[in-house]
Design a protein around this ligand. Structure first.
Ligand SMILES: NC(=O)c1ccc[n+]([C@@H]2O[C@H](COP(=O)([O-])OP(=O)(O)OC[C@H]3O[C@@H](n4cnc5c(N)ncnc54)[C@H](O)[C@@H]3O)[C@@H](O)[C@H]2O)c1
Length: 444
């Protein structure tokens, strides 16, 4: 098996750690930086950045002859089959990313690939390790590489987005024990070559699209930020009420069924029901009485309402031709209509003169009682006139159909929608390619 050789562009935190760690895995690594000091530091076996254990690892790998650095792009690209780009993507004051460094490196690599790709064993993959927004690799960096090289990504060479999940301070351990390996690739050949770099590292590996790989990184970091802030806001709330916040969050984290789990994390429509909105409001009321600000928790109901408003806006154009709803309660399997976001959507559309019909297999008006009945009658007083016996009845007479329950019955029913109809899927139905209507997935 030929020796694996990679070049790493940018010898900052990510690049230096990656260089030393890949070298320890037996891969020959050439580091590249525009900063002479970083290059000569690596060539003396010293780490260009301060990171626990990195100096020692770099010295070892340098001595073993697997690690050296250069400022010469041609040398680095020609002596490797994979180039990992780890240059900075600093934040501008408006939150946008400065892509100057990544773009420049792509252009430099592309120029060298023009000749290299003509060689019999010249195949090359360019891997973006830097964190960039979705669309950047496909719409900006790939065209730069293609223009400079005169070759085509996915055919003549490969482009991969391979985000880095290391944390400064424990970066070496994180490199060898990552939570996952994510490879978003232009094509299978490129994905397989990059995956081979990680042979020996035990972690779930996901081969996916470049777009997914790039958003996974942002979703991860946004979620980490949400977790820190959530823990802190619950902590502030607890402190005021004399409750031990660490005990609360210890018990919270023990719940692997609903809390630390995939539950509630699938993109879909707004939350509702008799508990979530009420309890969030009560928690915020408790905080207000103590003059505590909880900005993250305070943002939940406005964000939820925004989703309701957006759906109303998307349905408005069809209000006169007829809108049908499959599912009215906040989730299937219940007739609890209290604070169902779908009830709000229907109520708003009726208020704007929409022609509406509804089928919900769990809703039996004659069986509703108490606050549930009162709520529904207040929000949609003439609900009785809108209810249909079957999904078929709703579909037959509607221009636009909204599916808000993910059930086998509705999955079957939507097979009957016609080409001249519009289907709004709030639950990501299966087999949507077979749907004849104009299909609109909520967030997909
Ligand atoms: N630091 C982290 O913990 C971390 C973790 C995951 C992802 N990331 C992402 O990885 C990327 C790199 O982050 P970092 O913290 O290592 O950056 P950094 O600023 O520490 O290092 C960037 C390096 O790139 C070099 N460089 C700039 N232009 C170059 C060029 N044309 N050719 C070669 N080298 C060039 C710079 O001299 C510098 O040494 C960023 O997109 C960052 O968001 C960082």
């Amino acid at each position: 098996m030929p020796e694996k050789r990679i070049s790493i562009f940018g010898l900052g935190y990510v690049g230096s750690v990656s260089a030393a760690c890949f070298a320890r895995m037996g891969i020959r690594v050439i580091g590249v930086d525009i900063d002479d000091n970083k290059v000569s530091s690596m060539n003396r076996g010293h780490s260009p950045v301060l990171e626990d254990g990195l100096d020692l690892l770099m010295a070892e790998q340098h001595q073993a002859g697997r690690l050296h650095a250069t400022t010469n792009v041609a040398e680095a690209v020609n002596e490797s089959s994979i180039s990992l780009i780890c240059v900075g993507t600093p934040s501008a004051p408006n939150g946008s990313l400065d892509m100057t460094y990544v773009s420049r490196v792509c252009e430099q690599i592309g120029v060298i690939l023009k000749e290299k790709l003509n060689q019999p064993d010249g195949y090359h993959v360019v891997v973006i390790r830097s964190t960039v927004l979705p669309g950047t690799v496909e719409q900006s960096l790939t065209p730069i590489l293609e223009k400079a090289s005169g070759k085509r990504s996915g055919a003549d060479f490969g482009v991969v987005q391979n985000p880095e999940f290391l944390r400064e301070g424990s970066a070496i351990d994180d490199f060898f024990n990552p939570p996952k390996t994510v490879i978003g690739a232009s094509d299978e050949r490129a994905a397989t070559l990059v995956a081979s770099l990680y042979e020996g590292i035990e972690a779930p590996t996901f081969i996916t699209t470049i777009g997914v790989a790039s958003v996974v990184k942002y979703a991860d970091n946004a979620f980490h930020a949400v977790k820190v802030t959530f823990g802190n806001e619950i902590g502030r709330f607890c402190k005021h009420f004399g409750v031990d916040s660490h005990e609360v969050m210890r018990i919270f984290c023990e719940d692997r069924k609903l809390n630390i789990s995939p539950a509630y994390l699938t993109p879909g429509f707004a939350f509702g029901g008799s508990c979530l909105p009420k309890d969030v409001r009560a928690l915020l009321y408790g905080a207000r009485t103590a003059d505590l600000e909880l900005p993250l928790v305070s943002s939940l109901l406005p964000s939820n309402e925004l989703q309701v408003r957006e759906l109303i806006d998307r349905l408005m154009p069809y209000r006169l031709e007829g809108i049908g709803f499959l599912g009215l309660s906040f989730k299937p399997g219940t007739d609890d209509m209290r604070e169902s976001p779908m009830v709000k959507v229907v109520e708003a559309l009726l208020g704007r003169g929409a022609d509406v019909r509804i089928h919900d297999p769990y809703l039996r008006l004659s069986e509703l009682v108490g606050s549930n009945l009162r709520y529904l009658m207040t929000e949609i007083p003439h609900i009785g006139n809108l209810l249909k016996e079957s999904a078929k009845d709703v579909i037959r007479s509607s221009k636009a159909i909204v599916v808000s329950h993910r059930t086998d019955a509705f999955q079957e029913a939507v097979k009957g929608v016609r080409e001249d109809q519009i289907l709004f899927d709030l639950v990501r139905l299966d087999d949507t390619d077979a749907i004849k209507a104009e299909y609109h997935g909520l967030y997909w």
